[in-house]
Design a protein around this ligand. Sequence first.
Ligand code: SF4
Length: 71
Amino acid sequence: MNVKIDQEACIACGICYDTCSDVYESDEDGNSRLVEDYRTDDERTGEVPEELADCAEEGMEQCPVDAIEVS
Ligand code: SF4
């Protein structure tokens, strides 16, 4: 699954990394970024294994500003 985080839209609420810490983590400002293992181009763009798809999607669904895209 591909994951993209829009850090401009992110309001640093923490829900995604509280919900799915296997995929998301906080940067130094509280904004979301991908955990290092699953980054591809940069900390906002990555690919997660199939077994973490539900986790990644739950984080996406809970984001109040739709800053996460999972496809
Ligand atoms: S849930 Fe959305 S707004 Fe909250 S930290 Fe994650 S990406 Fe940012």
